[in-house]
Design a protein around this ligand. Structure first.
Ligand SMILES: Nc1ncnc2c1ncn2[C@@H]1O[C@H](COP(=O)(O)OP(=O)(O)O)[C@@H](O)[C@H]1O
Ligand SMILES: Nc1ccn([C@@H]2O[C@H](COP(=O)(O)OP(=O)(O)O)[C@@H](O)[C@H]2O)c(=O)n1
Length: 213
């Protein structure tokens, strides 16, 4: 993996991880993987097969079959799939399969930006830069509500807030790879920042991390 440059971005639901990851990948000429989509796609496969969400063997088969290049982002963005994703994300053997595939993606040249919940702590602990992105629950619920409505799905902000809080709690409380900042992560609160300002703050930190300053 000599030379692969990896940027890890973690944080709670709708904090702005994916937005930053896409912008940073373009800026640094890296590939991007939204690891949340991998959990959402497995959950979606189980729902489509009519399988129980608790069937770990079926989840593992779906994880092996995933094509990381062709996620149906619009469909996977539905709130009920996010909820189902966080329920299957507690399964240790499923996580092993997805983590191994995510790591392989990260290690390909020239490197990549990965965003999720356990990138800096588990998937890529040696990443050159680690960001932990947060925003207040109210701000996150407002942004996510606008985003889902823009996709043509009518949702109530109160329901989105409840979904976000429930998922955060489950993601932070699970035994395997809980959501938490890596000890060496840079904390970025985007509550009061525009996308542009958040990007500049992230870029400034990453430039310093890459030059060892
Ligand atoms: N700093 C920001 N200011 C305003 N809106 C933002 C900001 N960062 C992200 N958003 C918007 O908030 C929503 C959630 O962001 P996203 O990057 O998808 O979060 P995550 O990947 O953490 O779930 C998106 O609609 C995105 O455009
Ligand atoms: N690296 C990751 C990424 C997502 N997940 C799980 O997948 C769910 C959906 O992740 P996501 O990143 O698509 O969610 P949002 O932050 O976009 O709402 C999360 O609530 C987690 O339970 C995980 O466990 N580990």
């Amino acid at each position: 993996m000599a030379g692969a440059l990896v940027i890890a971005i973690d944080g709670p639901a709708a904090s702005g991880k994916g937005t930053l990851a896409r912008l940073l990948a373009t800026h640094y000429g890296l590939r991007h993987l939204d690891t949340g989509l991998t959990y959402r796609a497995v959950a979606n496969a189980l729902l489509e097969l009519g399988d129980e969400l608790g069937d770990e063997a079926a989840a593992i088969r779906a994880a092996h079959d995933l094509d990381f290049a062709t996620f149906d982002r619009d469909h996977l963005a539905l709130p009920e799939i996010g909820e189902a994703a966080s329920r299957i994300a507690v399964m240790p053997e499923l996580r092993k399969v997805l983590v191994s595939r995510q790591r392989a993606f990260a290690e390909d040249e020239p490197g990549a930006v990965l965003d999720g919940r356990d990138i800096g702590t588990v998937v890529c602990p040696d990443a050159v830069a680690k960001l932990y992105v947060i925003a207040s629950p109210e701000v996150r619920a407002r942004r996510r509500t606008q985003e889902v409505r823009a996709r043509g799905v009518p949702v109530e902000q109160a329901a989105i807030l409840a979904d976000i809080l429930k998922r955060d709690e489950r993601d932070m409380a699970r035994a395997d790879s809980p959501l938490k900042p890596a000890p060496d992560a840079y904390l970025l609160d985007t509550s009061e920042l525009s996308i542009e300002a958040a990007f500049r703050a992230a870029q400034d930190y990453i430039d310093r991390a890459m030059t060892g300053r």
